[in-house]
Design a protein around this ligand. Sequence first.
Ligand SMILES: [Mg+2]
Length: 261
Amino acid sequence: MTDTPTTPTAVAGRPVADATDAEVIADLDFAGDDQAVDDDLGPAPAIVVFDIGEVLIDETRVWATWADLLGVSSLTFAAALGAAVVQGLDHVEVFDHVAPNIQWRDFEAEHERRYGGFGEDDLHADARPCLQELHDHGVHIVIAGNQPARRTEQLRALDLPHDAIAMSADLGVDKPSPEFFAAVVELAGASSPGQVLYVGDRVDNDVVPAAAAGLRTCWLRRGPWGVLQDLPDGVEADLVLDGLGELPLLLAEWSGDPQDS
Ligand SMILES: [Mg+2]
């Protein structure tokens, strides 16, 4: 009987024994570093549509504001949210656990007053550089996700590189409905869904319905849904990433045009 090490067996393809603790931590991810693009993915998409929550915007402050308003700790709120996610429940079910005696919609205006809308500090650090690099390489960029109409102007005010932007409230249809993705394809000016890559953090609202609608998919594994959900059997995302930093290079490889940088 041999001793089995209790540490992970490899980090980014290297034996753990060769990596320092700091390197192990820095390399922790879900998708694996240096993902290569499959040779058989077919034509590269010319249009990239970015979801908003946990793709461009870090929603930590959204939930922390709710926790504070309802008088529960951020830890308790986050645990309740995670439980809802893994049970496949709508996130509003959280309120039944942390504030069972209130109607959350009665407090929505106060939440928005305290939250104050999207700001530059709410952007994931890799969001603006990714959009800028794609824009510089001529990629058509659309921003579209399930959000109330007031977020449209808040996002416009952040002056992110983009060609089109629309919230679900603007489009009149929500994810995961097929109509949302059809509207996004039209908004993007694509002649077919296959020209569009949809980048989203959720399996249920993004990857599965986008793929069913014929779009290409990039699953971004961050945020509560991104780390807790799993792809159902028989469904694959074209790309799986844990951040946006690699997306420009992977898209360039996909199109057979590796970038120098
Ligand atoms: Mg999202």
